[in-house]
Every structure is written in structure tokens, then in C-alpha cells.
Design a protein around this ligand. Structure first.
Ligand SMILES: Cc1ncc(COP(=O)(O)O)c(C=O)c1O
Length: 400
């Protein structure tokens, strides 16, 4: 990429594309938003790195605490991978247990600790549907980390309850995405998540929501829409306004392990002044009207494309809860409900889906190649119309 400007990017070859990748959902205000630029200049002109907290770090923490009901305290890091790692360390210290339950298809960063059972694209190696076994996502992840993971299946309540009850004495936490950002946007049922809240409380397991992506659903995150409070929340992407930042927040009681001296989490650049300045300026722009606009654009894309697709009996669909990050895909059958990550990869027509991504790029749109996309505030109604119409055109070309 050469440059970005509002909702658009320009490639080194000079092609101008509507940015639907948005640095994997980060650029919710588009590129070079004026309010963020101003805040950055002010921050950079007054020294950037002190080895001690700066006022702005406290201000951003306060904003997150005010917005997210389950968050009383915040610890910053440089990325959401680190924030997820921090959440696991806090949970392990609090419970004095070591295993981590996570859902197949869930992504919580690239660390050895958590990049397990993300894309278990092989029945044999990942165990039976009813009894998933942990699988490293790629080489270089030690067996000891893999063995600490207890994989669960999205929306499978009997299986989830059975596994958690059987291994509760060893399980420190359950970490989940309410909507799996990189695994087909499988959405957990509200009822499933409510039951999980009750069960984890009963079993003394720390419940962690990874809202790295879903924080763009609304000021209180997707958890506010679900009406379920986790113990800890992992954050990233939009909270750093396009700069490297991650955060874990949660209840004062569980976060207090950080004050007790029991747990040490530190990093030279954690809560970096430039990142928190960009984060504050970004969150200030994200008021109720901004979230309404983002969600209205998303609803339109989802509704118009899915209605059109159903009417022609197409296998093409838009997936997700209709927040401003969604996925598209061709499936093996029209109108398929995707309930689990295994459902997704068994039914996905990957060739057609990737052809659509490539053709979108050829015709002026830049999604994530695997088939997900996000919207940004500077997008206009005309941008959305042209994305919808071009997608229809390509789907027609592919399906013949
Ligand atoms: C849900 C989720 N958690 C964690 C991460 C890791 O974030 P980062 O790339 O900032 O380390 C990502 C990144 O895409 C993500 O989507």
C-alpha cells in the first residue's frame, strides 16, 4: 500500500480502493482522521517515552471503564495478543489453575499459549465433533502449550457443560469471542453465553471475552448487547486508534492480583503515549450517533445482499450479527445456518469465496482475502451502494 485517505487506500501501482480491510477492523474512522491527527501532533511535540505512566493513559483507562460495565480496572499492553496473554496470566494467578478452555475457531493472538485450535481443518487430528482435542495452529508451538488448551465447540451447550464440569479443577479460564472474527464470524447464542456465565461462576472459572474486534459494535462492546458481564475483557484494534495498543480490563477483585505483587506484567512500551493519544481521540469520535451510523450501514449491506441472494437461490451469504465487521462466503448449500467452526470449514466453498475477494480488489474494493470486511465512518451511502452492486455483479459472474 502507498497511502490512505478517508475510506480509501491507494496501492503502489496507483489503484484507489475502498478500504474494507481497515487494518483488520482497526481503522474505524478511516485513514488520517483530523481529530486523531491533531491529538498525535500534540502528543509527539511533548516527549513520548518516560518509563512511567502518562496522564493520557489514565484518561483512556477511565474512558473504557465508563463505557464497559464489566470493566473496573485496565492494564495496557502493545497488542491484543499481549492483552490476551495478560488475561490468561491474571486468571491463572487468581484461580491457581493452569488450563485454558477456548472455542475451536477462536483467535486470541499469535502467542504459543493461545494459537491452538484456531483452524483445526482436519477431522482426524482435531478429534471427534463431540470430543475435540487441541491442535497447534502451525509449527513452532510447543506440546506443553497445546496440552494446556481444552477446546470447546461453539453453541454446543451439553458438550461445553460436560467438558467444563469434568475438568473444572484444572481450568483457570474460558476465553471466547462472542463472534469469531477470523473463523467465519460464527456468533454465539445469547442463551449459550448466559449459561456459560452461570456455569463458570459456579465452577470458579474466570470468564474472558475477547472483544478486540467486537468493541466496534457499540460503546459498551458486544457484551452490552448480550447483557452478559465477563470477568475480564480483552481489547485492541480501535482502542489504539491505528497505533499499537492492547488492553485487558475487568472486575476490581480479579484485576487486584496485579496490585498484590502476585502478578508482574510489564513492557517497555505498554500504554505508549502516542497510541493512547490516538485511542482517546478515536473513542471521542465514537459516540452513539457514530455507532448507529456504522451499524446502519452494516445492516443495509447484510439485508440487501442476503435478500438478493435468497431470491436467486444462491449459495452466497453475508455472515455475522450485523455489526460493522462481517464475512461473506459461498457455501455448499443455499441459506445454510453456520453454528460452529466445523460447520463453517466443512461447508465453505473456499475457491469461490477467494475468487470473490480477488475480483472485488480488481473492481476497486479491498476486503480481507479470506472473506471478511469492515466498514469505516467516512464511507458514504454511495460507497455502500457501489460495494453492494459490485458484489452482486461478481456473484452473478461466478455462479453463471
Ligand atoms: C479477536 C482477536 N483477538 C486478538 C487478536 C490479536 O491482536 P493483535 O494482532 O493486536 O495482537 C486479534 C487480531 O486480529 C483478534 O481478532
Amino acid at each position: 500500500m502507498e497511502s490512505g485517505d478517508g475510506a480509501y487506500i491507494t496501492t503502489v501501482e496507483g489503484h484507489r480502493l475502498l478500504d474494507l480491510n481497515n487494518n483488520f477492523t482497526t481503522n474505524v474512522l478511516g485513514h488520517n482522521p483530523p481529530a486523531v491527527q491533531t491529538a498525535l501532533h500534540a502528543a509527539i511535540d511533548t516527549g513520548v517515552s518516560f518509563g512511567n505512566p502518562v496522564e493520557a493513559e489514565t484518561e483512556l483507562a477511565r474512558m473504557l471503564i465508563e463505557r464497559i460495565a464489566s470493566v473496573d480496572k485496565v492494564k495496557f499492553s502493545c497488542s491484543a495478543s499481549e492483552a490476551a496473554l495478560s488475561s490468561v496470566r491474571i486468571a491463572r494467578a487468581y484461580t491457581r489453575r493452569s488450563k485454558i478452555a477456548k472455542f475451536e475457531g477462536g483467535y486470541h493472538g499469535f502467542t504459543d499459549t493461545l494459537q491452538v485450535s484456531w483452524h483445526p481443518h482436519s477431522d482426524g487430528a482435531a478429534g471427534e465433533d463431540a470430543n475435540p482435542t487441541p491442535l497447534a495452529d502451525g509449527a513452532g508451538i510447543p506440546e506443553v502449550d497445546v496440552a494446556n488448551i481444552v477446546p470447546l465447540t461453539q453453541n454446543d451447550w451439553p458438550g461445553t457443560e460436560r467438558i467444563l464440569r469434568a475438568q473444572a479443577a484444572d481450568i483457570a479460564c474460558v476465553i471466547l469471542e462472542l463472534e469469531s472474527a477470523s473463523g467465519g464470524l460464527v456468533t454465539l447464542d445469547v442463551d449459550f453465553v448466559s449459561r456459560l456465565r452461570e456455569l463458570t461462576t459456579e465452577l470458579g472459572i474466570v470468564l474472558i471475552f475477547d472483544e478486540t474486534v467486537t468493541l466496534r459494535a457499540g460503546a459498551g462492546g458486544l457484551q452490552a448487547e448480550y447483557g452478559v458481564m465477563p470477568d475480564l475483557t480483552v481489547m485492541g484494534k480501535i482502542v489504539g486508534g491505528g497505533f499499537p495498543l492492547g488492553a485487558v480490563g475487568g472486575s476490581a477483585e480479579i484485576m487486584s492480583v496485579l496490585d498484590s505483587g502476585l502478578v508482574s506484567i510489564s513492557g517497555t512500551h505498554h500504554g505508549h503515549k502516542i497510541s493512547v493519544a490516538a485511542g482517546i481521540a478515536t473513542l471521542q469520535q465514537l459516540d452513539a450517533a457514530a455507532f448507529d451510523r456504522l451499524n446502519a450501514m452494516a445492516g443495509r449491506v447484510m439485508h440487501e445482499l442476503n435478500e438478493w441472494s435468497m431470491a436467486r437461490g444462491s449459495t452466497f451469504s453475508i455472515y455475522g450479527r450485523g455489526i460493522s465487521h462481517m464475512a461473506y462466503g459461498f457455501m455448499n448449500e443455499p441459506g445454510l445456518q453456520i453454528r460452529t467452526h466445523r460447520d463453517y470449514w466443512r461447508n465453505l466453498d473456499d475457491d469461490r469465496t477467494q475468487t470473490l475477494s480477488l475480483e472485488l480488489a480488481n473492481r476497486g474494493f479491498f476486503p480481507v482475502a479470506r472473506g471478511d470486511f469492515s466498514l469505516s465512518l467516512p464511507m458514504t451511502d454511495d460507497d455502500i451502494t457501489s460495494f453492494i452492486e459490485t458484489t452482486k455483479e461478481i456473484v452473478r459472474d461466478i455462479e453463471g
